[in-house]
Ligand binder design. Sequence first.
Ligand code: ZN
Length: 191
Amino acid sequence: MNQLPVYTYNHPILRQKATPVTEMNEELQAFIADMKHTMRGASGIGLAANQVGSPLAIAIVMDPDAGEYEDVKEFAIINPTVESFSEEVSEQEEGCLSLPGYHDMVVRPASIQVRYFNEQMQEVRSEVTGMLARVMQHEIDHLNGIYFFDKLTPVRRAMGHHKLKRIERGTVQTDYPLFKNTEEKRVFRRR
Ligand code: ZN
């Protein structure tokens, strides 16, 4: 298993809408194993494929309410869609492996009806609530090119602007490997 480098703001793949997976194969199974390893290696609770440079509609999630981090089993959600959102909302702090050092309170529907394919490509429909509902919404947003800060009010977003600039410049420290986009750095220096 490989720990894959994590793509950070403002790499274009993080604004891309994911491509559906049509069939499971050994290569994809190995990629899912790498994604799980990468998420754990970065102490994350979710990871979308575009965060490690793949355009496929795959995310790894875990339910942090279900027990100790080491004991909870992470799983892949493939081609996930939210079929309905609860009217009730909840507000919790979120972070993102692609936005190191940036955390903020995010308001989201408290529960969702979600549909996805599991690692055996069996269709799953379930009603999810609590932190898992939040994690799934965060990851499904990634697969649609959306960051958590897109959900903030304009004022809160403006307050995080300097953090985004720091991430974009690549001057953030992480204890997990980040993808270095040299081409983007050249563009940045020209500004
Ligand atoms: Zn994220």
